[in-house]
Design a protein around this ligand. Structure first.
Ligand code: NAP
Length: 328
């Protein structure tokens, strides 16, 4: 009896060892494919990832419509900042492609706090609206933290309120939504099967919108995370020792080729006006220097930015699914 038990357990252990071994071999194979040395970096295209997300968005939005639900996003835009209008148009284009409705409330910069508060509260209670998004920073007369707190957590598709931000720290993705850019970085890493468990990831930047929430998501994915910022010393060394470098600082080409080494994956979140190329955009990483050095890198433009908008669209659909009780 005992022998049978031991034999059974021995077989089970062998199976587990084999599973573990095949897991390790698979991970090594992926790392070899992605992190191969001595060749130009693999381009991690945001376009490809965004297209895959949008295909899924379309199927899920169609399913919602079959259930009589038209997923709808309310966008609050205060003023006429060109960057906001550009992003708003991109959001609308993405949403329209899959049948997600967008309603923009374009408001004057001298709007009173109580007026905006009343609108946010009413929209938060409106059953025909599933997601709420607003551009920031808000004009100085408006208390942004207070106004963000008025967003119904179930509709907070870009993690604007403190309540949604707290959920992120508890790792409860079933409750809230991560900020779209942080979620976009995670989606890119997932899509390209870049292993995270036990890997050293450096996040440059600690903003509440990108760096900090991203660090939390990476931690939940069992990466070993270092957060660096403007007061960090020896940034080049901090970057050099990482397996994955994520740059979200808003400084054109801050990360130079010499900060990087072969085998690394670089995710560039930066979306900066290129000081050397008027009217063009560049990232936080010196792309031309990095691409001959590392194994994989996201381009700017054409990287994380494209995925962010597709993720926002996904969050609106997911919010609608949760509100009408449909499992994706
Ligand atoms: P942010 O709020 O200005 O935060 C920048 C962060 O970078 C801060 O934590 C700052 O450190 C750190 N930093 C600044 N200079 C640094 C330096 N020389 N060395 C190390 N760290 C430094 O910016 P953000 O909103 O997080 O955005 C960051 C970048 O991502 C920008 O280029 C933005 O345009 C881009 N972005 C892209 C998307 C997208 O979808 N692609 C979305 C959002 C933002 P301190 O905390 O010490 O000040």
């Amino acid at each position: 009896m005992l022998d049978n038990f031991n034999e059974l357990n021995a077989n089970k252990l062998n199976d587990e060892n084999l599973d573990m071994m095949s897991g390790i071999l698979l991970e090594e194979q992926i790392m070899n494919n992605i992190l191969s040395e001595n060749q130009e970096a693999r381009l991690l295209s945001g376009k490809e990832v965004a297209a895959a997300i949008m295909d899924d968005n379309l199927a899920r939005a169609n399913n919602l419509q079959r259930h009589g639900c038209n997923p709808t996003l309310a966008i609050f835009r205060i003023g006429e900042r060109p960057d906001d209008i550009y992003y708003e148009n991109s959001i609308k284009r993405h949403c329209e492609k899959v049948g997600v409705r967008c309603q923009t409330l374009a408001l004057p910069t001298n709007i009173r706090e109580d007026e905006l508060a009343a609108m946010l509260t009413q929209t938060s209670q409106d059953h025909s609206i599933h997601g709420i998004f607003f551009f920031s920073p808000l004009p100085h007369q408006l208390n942004e933290t207070y106004l963000r707190s008025l967003i119904n957590p179930a509709k907070d598709v870009d993690c604007l309120s403190r309540a949604a931000q707290a959920e992120l720290y508890f790792g409860d993705s079933a409750q809230g939504f991560a900020p779209c850019t942080a979620a976009a970085v995670m989606e890119m890493l997932r899509y390209y099967q870049i292993p995270l468990v036990g890997k050293q990831v450096v996040v440059l930047g600690r903003s509440l919108v990108v760096g900090r929430p991203l660090a939390m998501l990476l931690l939940h994915a069992n990466a070993t995370v270092t957060i660096a910022h403007s007061k960090s010393e020896n940034l080049s060394q901090v970057c050099w020792q990482a397996d994955i470098v994520v740059a979200a600082v808003g400084k054109p080409r801050l990360v130079q080729g010499g900060w990087l080494r072969p085998g690394q994956v670089v995710i560039d979140v930066g979306a900066n006006d290129d000081p050397d190329n008027g009217g063009k955009m560049c990232g936080d990483v010196d792309f031309n220097a990095a691409k001959g050095m590392v194994s994989a890198i996201t381009p700017v433009p054409g990287g994380v930015g494209l995925v962010t908008t597709a993720i926002l669209c996904r969050h609106v659909i997911e919010a609608a699914e949760r509100q009408v009780g449909i499992n994706a």
